[in-house]
Ligand binder design. Structure first.
Ligand SMILES: NC(=O)c1ccc[n+]([C@@H]2O[C@H](COP(=O)([O-])OP(=O)(O)OC[C@H]3O[C@@H](n4cnc5c(N)ncnc54)[C@H](O)[C@@H]3O)[C@@H](O)[C@H]2O)c1
Length: 352
């Protein structure tokens, strides 16, 4: 059993405590928290947790072997480096930093300390993502060449509080973009060679809040990532076009459809011309249903607590780290390039 502390006990810090306590009590005990504000301390005391009065006090506690950092983004670097230097294992919330250069300093500190350093890219354990990844990995519909991954919100000014400030590392690209980029980079085993971005600020004067990111991988796979907060007709979570079929995953629970051509069902050139209001088309004529097959979407068994089970496995010395800092560095380099693409108005040629 490892004892741990949480630094930053707001929404996400509280979520870590609750889920670790409910689902991982055989492996981890949240001993205490540190937060700069008194209110989270009062809440933590009410939950029977030790309330540290400073970060130094957390770092000086020899019982604490793991620290989870869940402060606003701009504080991650300083806290993570201090914790690693104090000989603690560290899990840091996403986005691990605001720019990739900061992460390089954190990675150097982790190497020097020899301690575990991981980033809480928890959406690798979301069911929609795992379903898409499992289907692609199985090869059943072949290689993907167009991937669309989007989260459509309709709550308007969602970049509230510190998320609305540049200084704090606010904005949608760093908040949700980091998840969607991490997912596709985890799935597509090829370097990113081009990054484009349209980062719009519809509600938030300082930061981006409705965004599109365009990635091209060296293997030619082309990806569109979209995040909105003002979309009242939600689109499917994923739409993936592969060499031998199409997959649409509608929601977070992985519901959707996979459709492919029946073997030997190529249509004749003269079949089924469609006449739109203004002209004929063969190319875009819908395929007769008898020429396609629907493949069942697999039921994927996925459990977020495997994230921390892996952390404990690494601390025990019998597992390989799943979410590694070098992967986060690639993601942060893509984010740097996306900001540069918005600033310059030009897609960035990269090799990430
Ligand atoms: N992985 C996910 O699904 C997910 C979801 C939400 C938030 N997050 C991440 O979690 C982090 C926190 O987000 P949140 O929504 O909980 O924010 P929040 O504002 O609810 O909580 C942040 C807490 O950190 C405290 N804090 C600020 N500076 C501090 C410092 N220097 N030392 C100690 N405490 C400090 C604040 O007082 C506050 O209680 C962010 O990095 C965010 O991106 C991740």
């Amino acid at each position: 059993m490892y004892k741990m502390a949480i630094v930053g006990f707001g929404g996400m810090g509280g979520w870590h405590r609750e889920n670790i306590t409910q689902r991982l009590s055989d492996l981890l005990e949240v001993k205490g928290i540190y937060d700069v504000r008194p209110e989270p301390g009062e809440k933590a005391a009410g939950l029977g947790l030790h309330v540290y009065q400073s970060l130094d006090e957390v770092l000086a506690d020899p019982e604490i072997q793991l620290i989870t950092v869940a402060t606003p983004n701009n504080f991650h670097k300083e806290i993570v480096i201090a914790a690693l230097k104090a000989g603690k294992n560290v899990v840091c919330e996403k986005p691990v930093t605001i720019r990739s250069a900061d992460l390089e300093e954190m990675i150097a500190a982790a190497k020097e300390s020899g301690k575990l350093f991981s980033i809480h890219q928890n959406r690798r354990w979301d069911k929609d993502y795992r379903t898409v990844k499992q289907v692609i990995d199985s090869g059943v519909i072949g290689e993907p060449y167009f991937i669309e991954s989007r989260v459509d919100g309709s709550r308007g000014g969602s970049m509230y509080g510190w998320r609305g400030h540049k200084l704090n590392g606010g904005g949608m690209l760093l908040d949700w973009g980091v998840h969607l980029i991490d997912q596709v980079m985890d799935m597509i085993k090829s370097p990113v060679v081009e990054v484009g971005a349209h980062l719009q600020s519809v509600f938030s004067p300082e930061v981006d809040d409705n965004i599109k990111v365009f990635l091209r991988f060296e293997n030619k796979c082309s990806v569109v990532l979209e995040m909105t907060t003002n979309c009242f007709i939600s689109r499917p979570r994923w739409h993936v076009t592969c060499q031998n079929g199409t997959m649409q995953i509608d929601d977070w629970m992985g519901n959707g459809r996979i459709v492919q051509c029946k073997p030997d069902s190529e249509m004749e050139w003269g079949d089924d011309i469609v006449y739109t209001a203004a002209g004929p088309t063969r190319t875009m004529a819908p395929r007769p249903p008898e020429t396609t097959n629907e493949i069942p979407v697999p039921e994927v068994d996925v459990d977020w607590s495997d994230y921390y089970r892996n952390i404990v496995g690494v601390m025990d010395g019998n597992a390989e780290l799943i979410v590694r800092p070098d992967q986060a560095l690639r993601v942060m380099k893509v984010i740097d390039a996306a900001f540069a693409a918005e600033e310059t108005g030009c897609a960035q040629k990269v090799n990430i």
